[in-house]
Design a protein around this ligand. Sequence first.
Ligand code: C5P
Length: 239
Amino acid sequence: MINTPIIALDFSNYDSTIDFLRAFDSESLYVKVGMELFYQTGPELIGKLKEYGHKIFLDLKLHDIPNTVHHAMKGLARLDIDMVNVHAAGGSNMMKAALTGLEAGTEIGKKRPLLIAVTQLTSTSEEQMKNEQLIEHSILHSVLHYAKLTYQSGLDGVVCSAIEAREIEKVTNKEFLRVTPGIRLEEDSIDDQKRVVTPQSARNIGSSAIVVGRTITKSADPLQTYLKVKQLWEGNGND
Ligand code: C5P
């Protein structure tokens, strides 16, 4: 269980990211840095976030041959991040290679970054999965299959919808992380997310961590909204 909501820093450049974080001076955050930001600002931003004392989920979704992923992960572990991910579709050998890469890149005495996997992207429809990946199953079946494969490969969890979290727990175990985006407060617009849940229902239906983007980043008062999300996620708000 990760007690702090993970804020998705979906900004297009270094300066706007740092600007946004100014309001959080007194908070120890868990933030998610994705491809857009990392490919532009790379290790410099990661260094700055560490300086602020924030934890970092590097959402780069690696997917390549095992040897390449192993060496890429070894490099990423040296950045002293807290969590990183791969695509489960890369296969169990690739996932195991990612894990050994992280171990090899972690300084002795430090904890290796958590490693989680993406199962099916939420942008993939069942029809597309059938036509393009030639998978003749339901999306949920494919998600559960990939979650099991991820668990058997020794990883720490998956990114999934909160709605799938309980089913995933059943085919893995309680400690296997279910990191769930698609979180909104009751009063929010849902933007382009199709199925959203509130922080308190995510907790009730089996999420072990929540990723929250626009609800906080586009809020008129990001700090207050963050504190509200945190309180609801921790179970101290009104259900
Ligand atoms: O703004 P919002 O709260 O919808 O942002 C959610 C974050 O989680 C974004 O960074 C998005 O890319 C990410 N994400 C997602 N759905 C997934 C995987 C990641 O929304 N299945």
